[in-house]
Design a protein around this ligand. Structure first.
Ligand code: PLP
Length: 307
């Protein structure tokens, strides 16, 4: 069960502001990546919030496309494998499949497939030597690559540029590279950064000074929050009374938090948001910002109201 005292606040205004900044930065289209329920923020509410600013949406599997067209009337690109899907199911949802094999390009031709070219990811993508055959088999007018470096975008552009295909390569990490922007960009994280705030409260407060917890750590003063590794929490930074503190030890459903002399029972502990960015937590976890956001956004019931 998800704890009630833990609040996940989704700031949709921030998502819209992020989308507006991206559209000012790039000249081409934004294809908003809303896979995995928009990284935990809620794909439908995100689609409602930025539908007018984007040219389309990306999902991973067709089931994620279901409600999107009704909300924003923008085309949907299905990034993952669609071997179990019929072309009619795609067109019914205004979804177009990414393809990387000749047989899938041919089979899904009527759903207007989009080529995914391999430029280094080596997953769900077409090797350069097969690109021409796949383009032809699917009568394809759009191609992309899952680029993680500038050179990947350049490989796509040099292989397929100048022949009327719509091309895209950049996810969030490459938005600042003008050469990666091509005809469209596919940001996920850059839309959601700063939009989720996760907060809970101190349910116990103790003076320390002696060995504590499972690991026998010693802290001058600590508090307990009702959030643990069953919710995905790990050791890392948090904010107590606006001050940067540490999560000292994480149990299954609770965690020990370092606090100061002025912090008391019931005080708010922020796990993400305010001055604590996804990147700060990601560095402590040794994880990506996307991983942090996904875990945090799913820690408790989501609300659009600031508490
Ligand atoms: C997830 C994904 C993106 C978005 O990635 P971010 O780094 O979150 O912007 C873009 N393109 C593809 C193919 C993806 O799978």
């Amino acid at each position: 069960m998800q704890p009630r005292h833990l609040r996940v606040f989704v700031d949709l205004d921030r998502v819209r502001t992020n989308a507006l900044s991206i559209s000012r930065l790039v000249n081409g289209d934004i294809i908003a990546v809303v896979k995995t329920d928009a990284y935990g923020l809620g794909a439908r509410r995100v689609a409602k919030t930025i539908g007018d600013l984007v040219a389309g949406f990306c999902v991973f599997s067709l089931d994620e496309a279901a409600a999107l067209w009704k909300i924003a009337q923008k085309p949907i690109l299905v990034l993952g494998p669609t071997a179990d899907v019929e072309p009619d199911e795609l067109t019914a949802l205004h979804a177009r499949p990414a393809v990387w094999t000749l047989s899938e390009a041919d089979r899904l031709k009527s759903a207007r497939p989009i080529l995914c070219m391999d430029t280094g990811m080596r997953r769900f993508a077409c090797p350069a030597e097969n690109v021409e055959a796949v383009l032809k088999a699917g009568d394809i007018d759009e191609a992309f690559t899952h680029a993680t470096k500038l050179e990947h975008a350049k490989m796509l552009a040099s292989a397929l540029g100048g022949r009327g295909l719509r091309l895209h390569a950049a996810a969030s990490a490459l938005l600042n590279e003008p050469d990666c922007r091509l005809d469209a960009v596919r940001p996920g994280m850059a839309l959601y950064r700063g939009a989720v705030r996760v907060a809970t409260r101190l349910v116990e407060v103790r003076n320390g000074g002696c060995t504590t917890g499972y690991t026998g750590f010693i802290a001058e003063r600590f508090g307990i929050i009702l959030c643990g590794y069953s919710q995905g929490l790990r050791r890392g930074p948090c904010l107590v009374g606006g001050v940067r503190r540490s999560i000292l030890e994480v149990g299954m459903q609770s965690a020990f938090v370092e606090i100061g002399p002025g912090d008391n029972l019931g005080d708010e502990v922020v796990l993400l948001g305010d001055s604590l960015r996804e990147l700060d937590v990601a560095e402590a976890w040794g994880a990506s910002e996307q991983q942090v956001l996904l875990v945090m956004a799913n820690m408790g019931p989501r609300t659009n109201e600031a508490s």
